[in-house]
Design a protein around this ligand. Structure first.
Ligand SMILES: Nc1ncnc2c1ncn2[C@@H]1O[C@H](COP(=O)(O)OP(=O)(O)OP(=O)(O)O)[C@@H](O)[C@H]1O
Length: 233
């Protein structure tokens, strides 16, 4: 359903990704792994349209969307949670969540959607009137993912959602990722540093090194020891 084909991308004069190809299927989690600075975020930005590839193309449900601006990609069902939990810190949790409805058709019933969100992230219901900036890092991350889910994405791009978060919340976020992939048939691209964590929830993986794919495959058919060397510094 998402097909990244021979994409070369970067910034001004510097090429970061070189000839990258990747497929993401509905109902599955695809982990993107690699050391710092290898181009994982650049790949996410290329998929959502914040960076235009220098070469190659990106197809989504059979349509070439390489030249579409980000807002059109969002309307076609792609959700993006950037690294660093970009929530609105001066707005309340409830206001942050309501912003997620902006891109949705008016016929959607917000209370029904919100009940589903509170089932996934119960803490948000308890904190509706608290300012986003007063939440802990883990709570902010839950809010950021919740807001993206309100847009009912068919593909969700998560850039290191578990970075710097306490283990119990990591577990919760990991469980939500697997649940929405399997129960809602969402395709998920998960950027993750930890091989253990990625392999505990992903179906497929791609490992990057200096802008190229150096390993890829099914998690169930790959032993971690075979790919560890691409990730150790
Ligand atoms: N806006 C920018 N302008 C120029 N170079 C950039 C820009 N953003 C990132 N880079 C460079 O592109 C390269 C890849 O960065 P990117 O953020 O995609 O890597 P990453 O794999 O996501 O890293 P990390 O794991 O640390 O988040 C790095 O060398 C980085 O310095």
């Amino acid at each position: 359903m998402l097909s990244v084909r021979n994409v070369t991308a970067g910034y001004e004069q510097s090429v970061v990704l070189e000839n990258v190809s990747m497929d993401v299927q509905k109902g599955s989690v695809t982990a993107v792994l690699g050391r710092n600075g290898v181009g994982k975020t650049t790949l996410m930005k290329s998929i959502i349209g914040l960076i235009k590839p220098m070469r190659g193309n990106i197809e989504w449900e059979g349509e070439d969307m390489t030249s579409l601006p980000p807002e059109h990609r969002v309307r076609r069902g792609i959700g993006y949670v950037p690294q660093g939990r970009e929530i609105f810190s001066t707005l309340t949790v409830e206001e942050n969540l309501l912003l997620g409805f902006e891109a949705l058709p008016k016929k959607i019933n917000p209370s029904h959607v919100l009940e589903e969100i509170y089932e996934l992230f119960p803490i948000l219901k308890d904190m509706l009137h608290r300012k986003g900036g007063d939440l802990s890092g883990g709570q902010q991350q839950q809010l950021a993912i919740a807001r993206a889910l309100i847009g009912q994405p068919k593909l969700l791009l998560l850039d290191e959602p578990m970075e710097g978060i306490q283990p119990s919340i990591v577990q919760l976020i990991r469980d939500v990722i697997m649940k929405i992939a399997k129960e809602k048939m969402v395709g998920i691209v998960l950027v993750e540093h930890s091989l253990d964590l990625a392999f505990s929830c992903a179906d497929y993986f791609y490992i990057f090194d200096r802008g190229i794919v150096v390993a890829q495959g099914h998690v169930s058919e790959t032993s971690m020891s075979d790919v560890q060397r691409f990730l150790t510094v």
